[in-house]
Ligand binder design. Structure first.
Ligand SMILES: Nc1ncnc2c1ncn2[C@@H]1O[C@H](COP(=O)(O)OP(=O)(O)O)[C@@H](O)[C@H]1O
Ligand SMILES: [Mg+2]
Length: 301
């Protein structure tokens, strides 16, 4: 039995400005114990898929199961198997951190949960914030509480919807350290992000979503090995040698060149030197996900 099953899931939003097909037949399984990445640019449908998984939105078609429980017909069991860290910061400003976590425990019928609550607070760098009021916390601290809240009932499946968008480095590290530990201990993790490096570091498999469709699904290593994932950026006033010009993305004086590995970067720099092209502000970085997508879409057609 998969931990999560998406089976031909569709979602159409109808509004004043017409209809949006947010999901267009999404099917894939996540196996128990996987650290699974759902990647895609803004608007790809990631949050919509997670809202349907969480029972917060209803699919227009298809089925979703969590640990064998249908999220519609068997909602309570499916919800109990899930811990969801939402993309948006939603919280009740009138409660303290500990009260918030006790109330959440109550939703799942857990009365004496303070040992686990203390462990969550300690692991998320919130040990001294238990009695702080939610409205007094910084954005980063609120996000930590949201993570604790999602984990209060020790769900087998943990879902994080862009948990690190706009978040400081320290929180990222705390979060990934803790989530990686939970995954080692057997929890299934579904992470949505548009940071390729995060997914690369953490996820064993990745599905890529674009316009509500799965455009790639494979092990992380298989996906990345086939892609040009290094990006060379520089400024120049000179014309590029034709072989490089054909591969380059040029915006005014800024040139971007994708490469598969360090050797290809060296060859490109050599070609520029030979052609006598003077470069300024040279940077070597990771291709962003948009570039990776362009690569995948290009290969497909
Ligand atoms: N409640 C809604 N009403 C109308 N359109 C929506 C709603 N929620 C999402 N959408 C649209 O569905 C598409 C997918 O959005 P979303 O799932 O939020 O993508 P992502 O999380 O990948 O950025 C977008 O085009 C978005 O504008
Ligand atoms: Mg989203």
């Amino acid at each position: 039995m998969p931990a999560v099953r998406f089976d031909h899931v569709t979602k159409t939003f109808r509004g004043a400005r017409g209809t949006v097909q947010a999901l267009d037949g999404v099917s894939f399984d996540i196996e128990p114990g996987e650290f699974f990445g759902l990647l895609g640019p803004n608007g790809a449908g990631k949050t919509t898929l997670i809202s349907i998984l969480a029972g917060l939105a209803q699919a227009s078609g298809g089925r979703v199961e969590v640990m064998g429980h249908d999220v519609v017909s068997d909602f309570a069991a499916a919800r109990r198997a899930l811990g969801i860290v939402p993309q948006e910061l939603v919280f009740d400003p009138f409660f303290s951190v500990r009260e918030t976590l006790r109330i959440q425990s109550g939703y799942f019928g857990l009365k004496h949960n303070d040992d686990w609550i203390d462990e969550l607070l300690a692991n998320l760098g919130l040990a001294d914030k238990g009695s702080a009021n939610m409205r007094q916390l910084s954005g980063g601290m609120k996000r930590r509480v949201l993570v604790a809240q999602a984990l209060v009932h020790r769900p087998p499946v943990i879902v994080l919807d862009e948990p690190t968008a706009g978040v400081d480095v320290e929180l990222r590290q705390t979060l990934w350290h803790f989530v990686a530990r939970l995954n080692r201990e057997g929890h299934t993790v579904l992470l949505t992000t548009h940071y390729l490096e995060e997914a690369e570091a953490l996820c064993g498999r990745i599905a890529m979503l674009k316009h509500g469709r799965v455009v790639a699904l494979d092990s992380t290593s298989a996906l990345l090995s086939g892609m040009a994932s290094t990006m060379l950026r520089f400024k120049t006033d000179a014309a590029l040698p034709p072989a490089l010009a054909a591969r380059a993305r040029v915006t005014g004086r800024i040139v971007q060149l994708k490469a598969h590995d360090a050797a290809e970067v060296e060859r490109d720099l050599g070609a520029l030197r030979e052609a006598g092209v003077a470069v300024e502000d040279l940077e070597i970085g990771r291709a962003d996900l948009e570039d990776v997508f362009l690569g995948i879409m290009g290969e497909q057609g």
